[in-house]
Design a binder for this molecule. Structure first.
Ligand code: GLU
Length: 452
């Protein structure tokens, strides 16, 4: 187990870095101090902000652990007739603001502690953008790209069947995440509806999932929502960081849903995409990469490698590319100390969940590189999920413009809350975003109290 040192801490107050794991809550709730563990890092960031805010002790201990951790094993018949056993998780972190909410990922590296961390981040996100949901997250340990379409369907249906007793349209509402999409949501919704006693309100049972295809109640604008949210927050915050979106140079890590939509929207606004890194390699083009053409290439070839006339570069060269904004939009923990040292950007807009390690954070703080933190920058997806749920519940459909405007209002207000807390507490933007989220949760506990 790694031991935290003073140099690892990232949260700053009055420009002074705080040590990791200082809070006594770690001992009280029985959590170890391991600086390599994403869940413990996330709890530490949350508790640092909670202490600055003087959030009551009882709320701090409640938020330090998820309410429920569900782990299931289920068999699935493969196309060759053999059976494989799969492991899945659903973590329900907190539901003081409303039903648990959060994505389900299909990935070979899904682990309980990572899912717990992502569930806690969801609690922070929904609170920061002020939507009436709590935080949850789930996952199945599998490689969706190695499964046939039928195998993927059977994994999806068996997983949702295995957790069907623990979710519900007004209790816990899953959504897409890494490795899942609208089709997987359709299988989830159909399976849940078939298994529940809902023959008189079958349409309403489909509300158990958001991010569905529009044909079965999905919202217009949901697919691009996370990318749109990254852009909305950037537009709100960029001027005071001395950046003009029109004409700015940016790079992206990951060209999946979040990365490609962020790039395409920024491209339409006159910003220039100059470098992209993904699992197939890194490309660079100083004149600017056509974001739409690149999306077509990725859809066809599975990654950015081999795209058009762009130059193939090394990972280090990608990070060293001079840009105004870098958007990490892939998996967690990609930017460690070394990468943070290489990066030549003014701002990091975190499109992915937790892409920066505490050591990376520290380097950014030392170098004066600003971070628009994930709980703010990537909250657009869950915000439009909320709009989908509202539309389903009230049997109406919003047009695309209505969705975009409502999303923009939530993102701009969340960005302003974060800026305000940064001023009030004289801290970094990540800590400020947590403080803004926690303040809201604190008020809810203050009026609701704790049962009995
Ligand atoms: N998986 C997305 C996230 O992490 C969306 C969650 C949702 O829409 O509920 O924010």
């Amino acid at each position: 187990m790694a031991t935290a040192t003073a140099s690892v801490g990232s949260a700053t107050k009055n420009g002074v870095r705080r040590e990791l794991f200082k809070s006594p809550v770690f001992d009280e709730v029985g959590l170890p101090r391991d600086s390599d563990n994403l869940y413990l890092q996330t709890v530490d960031t949350m508790l640092t902000a909670a202490e600055m805010l003087e959030l009551p002790h009882e709320v701090q201990i409640i938020l330090a652990q998820p309410k429920n951790e569900i782990m299931v094993h289920f068999p699935v018949r493969m196309d060759d007739g053999t059976f494989k056993l799969f492991k899945g998780y659903r973590v329900q972190h907190n539901n003081s603001l409303g039903p648990y909410k959060g994505g389900i990922r299909f990935h070979p590296d899904v682990h309980l502690d990572d899912v717990k961390s992502l569930a806690l981040l969801m609690t922070m996100k929904t609170s920061l953008v002020r939507i009436p949901f709590g935080g949850g997250k789930g996952g199945v340990k599998c490689d969706p790209h190695a499964l046939s379409r039928n195998e993927l369907m059977r994994v999806s249906r068996r997983f949702i069947a295995a957790i069907s007793h623990a979710i519900g349209p007004d209790y816990d509402i899953p959504a897409p995440d890494v490795g899942t999409n609208a089709q997987v949501m359709a299988w989830f919704a159909d399976t849940y509806e078939s298994l529940t006693d809902s023959n008189r309100n079958s349409w309403d049972a489909m509300r158990v999932v958001t991010g569905k295809p529009v044909e079965i109640g999905g919202s217009l604008g949901r697919e691009k929502a996370t990318g749109q949210g990254v852009v909305d927050t950037l537009v709100e915050i960029a001027p005071e960081l001395g950046i003009k979106v029109e004409g700015m140079r940016f790079s992206v890590i990951g060209y999946g849903n979040v990365g490609s939509w962020t790039a395409r929207i920024l491209g339409r606004m006159g910003a220039k995409l100059v470098a992209v890194l993904d699992h197939t390699g890194a490309i660079r083009e100083d004149k600017g990469i056509d974001t739409e053409e690149l999306a077509g290439h990725v859809a066809k070839h599975g990654g950015v490698g081999g795209f058009g006339s762009a130059t193939k570069v090394s990972t280090e060269e990608f990070y060293r590319t001079k840009v105004d904004v870098l958007v990490p939009a892939a998996l967690e923990q990609m930017i460690k100390e070394q990468e943070a040292g290489w990066i030549d950007a003014k701002v990091i807009a975190e499109g992915a969940n937790a892409p920066t390690t505490p050591a990376g954070d520290r380097v950014f703080n030392e170098r004066g590189i600003e971070i628009i933190p994930a709980i703010l920058a990537n909250a657009g997806g869950v915000t439009v999920s909320y709009f989908e749920w509202v539309q389903n519940k009230s049997c109406v459909t919003w047009d695309a413009e209505e969705v975009d405007q409502a999303l923009n209002r939530h993102m701009v207000m969340a960005a302003r809350r974060t800026k305000l807390m940064r001023q009030r507490f004289n801290c970094d933007m990540r800590t400020a975003a947590y403080i803004a989220a926690l303040e809201n949760i604190g008020k809810v506990y203050a009026v609701r109290g704790i049962f009995p």
